[in-house]
Design a protein around this ligand. Structure first.
Ligand SMILES: *Cc1c(COP(=O)(O)O)cnc(C)c1O
Length: 394
């Protein structure tokens, strides 16, 4: 099996598993307990918080652990909305290609009377600091723009957007779930007020994440209960998960440059190989792009069939975002960058990590070429394109 779906989730690393095991096995105390086993767990939690803070360039007090990236996004946005409403500010700026954890939270706020402005994304998969500057109004309480897109891998100019927000006195949140552990983060230099990350996107465990909130931002709790996480997130802490996430993040940050070099070389070869398929195109600009992301559209085929046949050939891929709703709508990300429906349906996302090999890449290229030809040979749309009854778009 070749695993090329690292944007969906990653394999938990040995380092993370070994760091977690004692906290499942022997040091299983509740960090709120006063006995020594509880206090040992509490100390490990403190140390994990310091590790995560170091990786982001912030203070440990500014880190709140959550049950994943979605929860961190929900909490950051909800916090800014509540704080904004207190000052009569109910306008929020975001983009059309955010993750659903962001978009659906914004939809909910819209129903509660907030005004949501989603910036258009250029066909290269980028939004600019100028666009953000142009959208900010006196009643804007939040700008939320993702660091790197999970489907097409394009990297947004976070520091520039942060500078604009800081200058205008507007809170800036970034969903850095695809970036953490893969791209440099320095919340001070990048002028970020709140940032979300998730353990399972950088070889940590699933169901655990973190929210950075700059000192002075009164995070609003989404869950009522005990006083864990300084009252910002009730519920007994996921101690093994948090320890595993911190260990994985530290390892990813220590090896970031060498991993990026290795993975981006494989990415570029994969893009080159797949580009030989006629009537295909990469989604978004080639650069700046996440080291492991390859996103393509192939005309005249259906992405779902493509990925099921790739699975038969031993390649785990994705058609874009995980289509959990079972809807036939194409990806909102591909539509946001201007792909028409027919083309957006033929999408394929391959996301590599440092455990992939150049041999994997050659096998993926060969398998994809075979499957695309096979599907096109039996596609009525492809026949119409061949016979000139339909115009090629790509
Ligand atoms: C995976 C992902 C999330 C959600 O994180 P979970 O930990 O799975 O809840 C949010 N945003 C982006 C960009 C992601 O890739």
């Amino acid at each position: 099996m070749i695993y090329a779906d690292n944007a969906a989730t990653t394999k938990t690393s040995r380092t993370a598993i070994e760091a977690m095991t004692p906290y499942l096995d022997t040091v299983y105390g509740n960090p709120s307990s006063l006995h020594s086993m509880g206090q040992a767990a509490n100390q490990a939690l403190t140390s994990a918080r310091e590790t995560v803070a170091q990786c982001l360039g912030c203070d440990a007090k500014e880190i709140t652990f959550t049950a994943g990236g979605s929860e961190a996004d929900n909490q950051a946005i909800t916090t800014a909305a509540i704080l904004g409403a207190r000052q009569g500010k109910k306008h929020i700026v975001s983009t059309a290609f955010e993750h659903h954890a962001v978009l659906h939270t914004l939809k909910k706020l819209e129903k509660q009377g907030y005004e949501i402005e989603l910036l258009d994304v250029h066909e290269d998969g980028l939004v600019t600091a100028e666009q953000v500057a142009g959208a900010i109004r006196p009643d804007t309480c939040l700008v939320t723009v993702m660091y790197a897109n999970n489907e097409i891998g394009t990297i947004q100019p976070i520091a520039g957007i942060g500078a604009v927000c800081r200058e205008k006195g507007v809170l800036f949140h970034t969903d850095a779930v695809q970036a953490a552990g893969h791209l440099p983060i320095d919340v001070v230099k990048q002028n970020v007020d709140m940032l979300s990350l998730s353990g399972h996107k950088f070889h940590g465990p699933k169901g655990v994440g973190a929210l950075y909130a700059r000192k002075g931002i009164a995070l609003q709790s989404l869950i009522e209960g005990g006083a864990q996480e300084r009252g910002k997130r009730a519920g007994t802490e996921n101690v093994p998960g948090i320890i595993g996430m911190a260990a994985a993040l530290k390892e990813a940050c220590e090896h970031m440059d060498e991993n990026a070099k290795k993975v981006s070389a494989m990415r570029d070869r994969l893009i080159e190989g797949l580009s030989a398929i006629p009537h295909s195109a990469v989604n978004g600009a080639l650069s700046p792009r996440l080291p492991g992301n390859v996103s393509f559209c192939f005309e005249g085929i259906e992405g779902e069939s493509l990925l099921l046949l790739l699975d038969d050939k031993g390649v785990c891929a994705s058609s874009g975002s995980a289509c959990t709703s079972g809807s036939l709508d194409p990806s909102h990300v591909l539509l946001a960058i201007g792909r028409v429906h027919d083309v957006a349906h033929g999408s394929l996302r391959l996301t590599l990590c440092e455990e992939n090999t150049p041999e994997d890449v050659e096998a993926i290229i060969a398998a994809t070429k075979d499957v695309v030809s096979y599907l096109r040979a039996m596609s009525p749309v492809w026949r119409d394109l061949q016979e000139g009854k339909r115009q090629f778009i790509l």
